[in-house]
Design a protein around this ligand. Structure first.
Ligand SMILES: Nc1ncnc2c1ncn2[C@@H]1O[C@H](COP(=O)(O)OP(=O)(O)OP(=O)(O)O)[C@@H](O)[C@H]1O
Ligand SMILES: [Mg+2]
Length: 425
């Protein structure tokens, strides 16, 4: 009988595959306070799709943990790695450093019997195509420039992206212009929408100038156009695809960032639905299975920005589709958040595993209740409160086995660039 604890794995898979195709997440923390020590390894199933919610207050190790999952997938034996790809939505601009080995924590790695590894050839960094030069000038290695062709979104989606209520005159003007351009041109640009707005005699000057400035600002972020790579053509199995959207953090860039995430999520979903059909046809001997779009682990930092609980953004619908229907086409989702009560309740309730680092308040924990109904809230709270104060200590709830463990995340093999700034040199 293995000593490892395996989470997320079905009984029949466990009997058939044992610990094959699992991710080494960390070790079981046994004992309390000063007495606490690390015991058995905790492994997570990578054979099937999962929804793993990661939460915890600032600086507790969420983003670091996201990198651990990506490493584990990229370092699987070829047989399994060839079926999976990792897509990371990087809101902080910290995951490019996975190309480099974690020399900073060599001592810690050594205590765990591990060695630093850089994943230079397995980590691909994507940035908005017009920002590529700036990244390169800052010494950040970039592999691809990506873009959003404006025509892939409906008039409705554009309104949602700009957070315009449907009855707002700006929304009506924008939708009219987009629908007109769509009728006349297949691949239109932002400038085409602006021209259509200018030409519309039914709009007053205030509406016209507001819409024009909104669209001009959106265009200035260097995201819209046809020039970027087609993500689905370059995303390969066994890779960690890092979409760095960190330079789209400001209030003005926010809608553009969510359009980009909406596009990536839609792409992944449709490509996997198609690939799943090919896999089924191959299984019944109708076709010979060629290279196809791999199963995806979509890891999203600060996920409450993309599927918030209190309003709709343009990435809400595509992400909720993955939440509700992602299992069948083989898409796993790993949303990370400081505040589980700020993320859409559907995301929380569909999670089959939760990793919670220390939380700020009991109300955050209450938000998790939807997914934890089989557990006693008081028990969960006790587990969280008695966590050692180490960075990377969490509790893991596994719906599959209905068990809770305290866990210490293993150290990263690749470098984590997310260290907070300190005011000394
Ligand atoms: N398992 C771990 N082992 C060793 N160090 C860790 C571990 N987890 C986190 N750390 C350290 O803690 C720092 C903060 O972790 P991380 O960036 O993951 O925080 P976070 O929870 O994402 O915070 P925020 O909410 O502010 O984004 C890391 O830079 C790293 O140095
Ligand atoms: Mg973080």
């Amino acid at each position: 009988m293995p000593n490892e604890i395996i989470v997320g794995r079905l009984k029949e898979d466990l009997a058939k595959f044992g610990t094959e195709a699992t991710a080494f997440l960390g070790k079981h923390i046994v004992g309390r306070g000063e007495e606490a020590y690390l015991a058995n390894k905790i492994l997570m199933d990578l054979l099937r799709p999962h929804l793993l919610l990661i939460c915890g207050k600032r600086g507790t190790g969420k983003s670091y943990f996201g990198g651990v999952i990506a490493e584990e997938i990229a370092l699987l034996p070829e047989k399994h790695r060839n079926n999976l790809t990792v897509v990371m939505i990087d809101t902080m601009g910290i995951y490019w450093s996975m190309k480099l080995p974690n020399e900073e924590q060599v001592v810690l790695l050594d205590e765990w019997g591990l060695k630093p590894i850089g994943l230079k050839d397995r980590v691909k960094v994507y940035v908005p195509y017009q920002q590529k030069k700036d990244y390169e000038a800052a010494g950040i290695p970039v592999d691809y420039g990506i873009s959003v062709p404006p025509h892939v979104f409906s008039a409705d989606e554009w309104s949602i992206a700009f957070n315009l209520p449907p009855t707002n005159p700006l929304s009506i003007g924008l939708q009219k212009a987009i629908n007109k351009v769509k009728r006349n041109k297949e691949n239109f640009e932002i400038n085409d929408i602006i021209s259509a707005i200018k030409d519309d005699v039914s709009l007053d000057t205030h509406t016209k100038s507001s819409l024009e400035s909104m669209l001009t600002v959106a265009d200035s972020w260097g995201v819209f156009g046809e020039e970027g790579v087609k993500t689905d053509e370059v995303m390969k199995a066994g890779m960690i695809n890092v979409f760095d959207v960190s330079r789209l953090r400001s209030t003005e860039a926010w809608s553009v960032r969510n359009l980009l995430v909406a596009l990536i999520s839609k792409d992944i979903y449709y490509k996997r639905v198609l690939a799943r059909k090919q896999e089924e046809l191959a299984r019944v001997g109708e076709i010979k299975l060629k290279e196809r779009f791999p199963m995806v682990w979509l890891i999203i930092d600060e996920a409450h920005n993309f599927v918030p609980s209190n309003f709709e953004t343009v990435s809400t619908a595509p992400l909720l589709t993955i939440v509700k229907q992602g299992r069948e086409p083989g898409i796993s989702l790993v949303p990370m958040t400081q505040m589980p009560n700020k993320i859409h309740p559907e995301v929380v309730s569909q999670a089959d595993m939760v990793i919670s680092h220390r939380l700020t308040s009991k109300s955050d924990l209450e938000a998790l209740h939807a997914t934890m109904q089989t557990y006693m809230m008081e028990d969960v709270w006790k587990y969280i409160q008695t966590l050692p104060k180490w960075r990377g200590a969490s509790i893991i709830l596994d719906d599959n086995s209905e068990r809770i463990f305290q866990m210490q995340t293993r150290p990263r093999l690749t470098w984590h660039a997310g260290e907070s700034a300190i005011a000394v040199k």
